[in-house]
Design a protein around this ligand. Structure first.
Ligand code: ADP
Ligand code: MG
Length: 356
């Protein structure tokens, strides 16, 4: 086995009675990787992480840590594995006592414990004076940092996170996302992170796995998942998207009932007889007043929405609602109900083939 593979999952199945929560999951997580599993609520993310840390038993399959099989090893005997949850802090203890808890379990000397706790406070950018502070006096963000410091005090080979930021407000979440990414870089540890937030996944991860009904639908780097999703599900899960049904004629030329195609336009990814969906992210759509786009569609402006630095336009077309996004400074002047034509160029598209 490739020595840089840290965690290897093969054919993992988890059943609860008749219900299959995980339906054959395989994956290699590399040493030092920040690996994120994203998926809607109920798709099996927590079930998977519980198996990985040993909180539950799998029905089929195997888990290997480096070369060693660990799926039969009880949680407290696994050389790794700590799920970070702020809720698990001891509220009646100080910050220092919380961080030192794992070190005390290992019977380390008080001076060594204190020295390590101070190092970890520093790593998590908490003032040293916090050592004597009570958990109950810490803010939400500080508690998250203390919980992280304590998880690191266990010195696990891999850190597991199950939606640690989902209860925090937007600003704090944004800050901690960046701090987690930074912490990952500074510790060099392997992080396995679960979230239902695509944004969180995109900010932090090396690679992302998209989970759907107990299976991985796609595993790739963030950029690829965003720009080249393998299915409608992934495309729609990874943000706003326009999808148009498209087929290839006998000559391989694109044919569509909804789009007007400029003469001679070809798509490299299209072979004769293909059928599928042509995907365009809203930021690549534009208003085509002068017909200089490869593909276009007409409709009526339904609404205009300001999203901070960006503006979104929704256009009612025979393909349903089409979304166009522009930067605020490039605002396009249109009025509701106005007839418009919008379009895009082939270089900004991705073809999702529907194998028949
Ligand atoms: P996620 O974390 O992606 O939201 P979960 O892994 O918690 O999803 O749950 C996946 C599915 O497995 C859900 O349908 C859930 O109801 C079911 N499930 C999870 N744990 C149990 C259990 N202990 N008993 C029965 N069903 C469970
Ligand atoms: Mg969950």
């Amino acid at each position: 086995m490739d020595s840089s593979v840290h965690l290897r999952l093969r054919g993992i199945v988890k059943k609860f009675g008749d219900f299959t929560a995980l339906d054959g999951v395989s994956l290699d997580i590399m040493e030092g990787e920040f690996f994120t599993i994203v998926g809607p609520s109920g798709s099996g993310k927590s079930t998977l992480i519980r198996l990985l840390v040993g909180m539950d038993e799998l029905t089929e399959g195997e888990i290997r840590l480096h070369d060693q099989r660990i799926d039969q090893t009880p949680a407290n005997k696994r050389p790794t594995c700590m799920v970070f949850q702020s809720l698990a802090l001891f509220p009646h203890m100080t910050v220092g006592q919380n961080i030192e808890f794992p070190l005390k379990l290992r019977k380390e000397a008080p001076e060594a414990r204190r020295a390590r706790a101070e190092e970890l406070l520093d790593l998590l950018r908490l003032p040293l004076s916090y050592y004597d502070k009570r958990i109950s006096q810490c803010s939400g963000g500080e508690k998250q940092r203390v919980a992280l410091a304590r998880a690191l005090a266990f010195d696990p080979e891999i850190l597991f996170f199950d939606e640690p930021l989902s209860a925090l407000d937007y600003r704090l979440r944004k800050t901690l996302e960046k701090e987690l990414k930074d912490l990952h870089a500074r510790t060099g540890k392997t992080f396995v992170y679960i979230t239902h937030s695509l944004e969180e996944a995109m900010v932090m991860s090396d690679r992302i796995a998209i989970m759907r009904e107990g299976k991985f639908e796609q595993i790739a780097v963030a950029d690829e998942i965003y720009s080249a999703p393998v299915s409608r599900f992934v495309a729609e899960f990874m943000g706003e998207v326009n999808l148009f049904a498209l087929t290839a004629g006998a000559s391989g030329a694109p044919e569509s009932d909804v789009l007007t195609t400029r003469d001679g336009v070809r798509l490299e990814s299209l072979s004769p007889g293909d059928r599928g969906l042509l995907m365009v992210r809203p930021e690549y759509m534009r208003f085509a007043e002068d017909g200089d786009v490869d593909f276009s569609i007409s409709g009526k402006l339904h609404g205009e929405y300001a999203l901070g630095s960006r503006i979104q336009y929704e256009i009612e077309t025979k393909n349903g609602m089409v979304t166009v996004e522009k930067l605020r400074e490039d605002r396009f002047t249109v009025t509701e109900g106005q007839d418009v034509t919008v379009g895009f160029d082939r270089d900004n598209t991705h073809f999702i083939s529907e194998a028949t």
